[in-house]
Design a protein around this ligand. Sequence first.
Ligand code: ARG
Length: 578
Amino acid sequence: MNLKKYLDREFESGLRSLGALDAPAVVKQASKPAFGHYQANGVMGAAKKRKSNPRELAQLLLDLMEGSKELTGVAEYEIAGPGFINITLTPAFIQTELNKNAKDPRLGIPLETARKILIDYSSPNLAKEMHIGHLRSTAIGDANVRILEFLGHEVIRANHVGDWGAQFGSLLAYMDKLEQTGEALATELKDLEVFYQKASELFKTDEEFAARARQFVVLLQSGDAKCLDLWERFIKESIRHCQAIYDLLDISLTPDDVRAESAYNDVLASTIEKLEAKGLVEISDGAKCVFMDEFTGKDDKPLPAIVQKSDGGYPYMATDLAAAEYRGHNLRVDEALYFVDGRQSLHLSQLYAIASAAGFIQENQVFSHIPFGTILNKEGKPFKTRDGGAVKLADVAEEAIERALKLVSDKNPELTKDERNHIAKVIGIGALKYAELSKNRTTDYIFDWDTMLSFEGNTAPYLQYAYTRIMSIFRRAGLNSADLTAPFNLTEPAEIALATRLLQYPEAVESVVEDYQANVLCNYLFDLSQHFMTFYESCPVLKAEGDTRNSRLRLCDLSGKTLKHGLGLLGIQTVEQM
Ligand code: ARG
């Protein structure tokens, strides 16, 4: 059960009885005096609306709720400050709820009413190798996919890769040149990065080649069979590269989730016709444009969205409109969430507005942009290679694993080579993804190897290490957690604090998808680990006896399970030892 929502309901019914439910109760977790303390702030809002004194209203409310306090599981209500109500739960309530959660394979997280939710994420352009900028959409999108699926929704992963357009001209011309000269195309394609470089170098330096490249753009668009064949081979190879990165990063995307831009080619003309039929299209500088009142540029001039270029070509917007119709009309999604860089926010707002005006999206369908900031280097500048190029995602992932291997080898040299390699992969990739997930997604963030791989602070290695410590307790005791069946028995403050934290797991998971902020879950897991450490330092576990020992072991067990489960929802693995 979601503890916050539970208390919210209690307060809401109290406020309703007082006829004061014109503001929601909003129960918040209080950071002080300690966890297990919730705070109802909504009383202040309700008082403000009725123009009454908040402390007086709070007192009225408490008079009303006092009688049912025990039944609710509340030890104490206390009015604080300008009119907050601090709530302390009874150990008996915490114990009962914890017993329920511990038995539940879902750790107390209920299924939500299923909705059909499409998540557009990762979506790289295939004319380039994936770079570090793709990490955000890929890692954050994937964590949200996993959480929504776990909550019971029907999730459609949509990898809207860019596989069409002028940028393919030089690549196809280069493929053609290799074939003509009898050089092995297949070998060259193995290193796509070099392939891109050679093609673009030729485009810049060789006039004849550049002309050929432009010709290939036309050939591609006109559906020339030979050109399409080359293009298909290229795209296949490029998707294979992306998939290798997804596998390495443990991203749940598969080739089946790719629905590329080119998949919409056949419907682009009719998509634009539908816009025209609705009277949405105007010609401006020879191009077909849609102007919407809400989009204005400098001097309040209306901003156009180009849907067909003057040369007849279809831009990014046209494909996105066709995709929006497919998602809204054909797939009939309840929601489509676009996990895309914040710099595309104008494009996406225009897209949703036009698609709604055209009837591609219905009013009850939610299409929204989930934006994020940019990855910066330590100097606060965009993250680039030394010569100013894009940093390849594959290189970053490999470096993460290499650096983790050094750490693991120093920490635990007696492990076998295979064990070390496995642990290094789990730690390195975990650290890389967690660095993304643990920040507020909307702000820019600084990429720093040392912080992300540190075993201290809010990092994946810290959480993974906390998990291994719990595992080692059971190893040392030669115990299997399944054998612990007696109920919890909480007495020490550190036990109660940890137990309350454990009870808050459903709340943490559900809060993520309120605004697709994975950092809420990261912060929760970090806080949980810290509470675990405090408990472990102040309450002997294996040296304790009888019921106390059993109860403490169960706290360890549930802490471990929650950590592993929470990291799993974030797409991060754990190991038994490191
Ligand atoms: N391929 C685009 C890029 O790399 C991102 C696509 C995002 N999704 C969309 N439906 N526009 O910038």
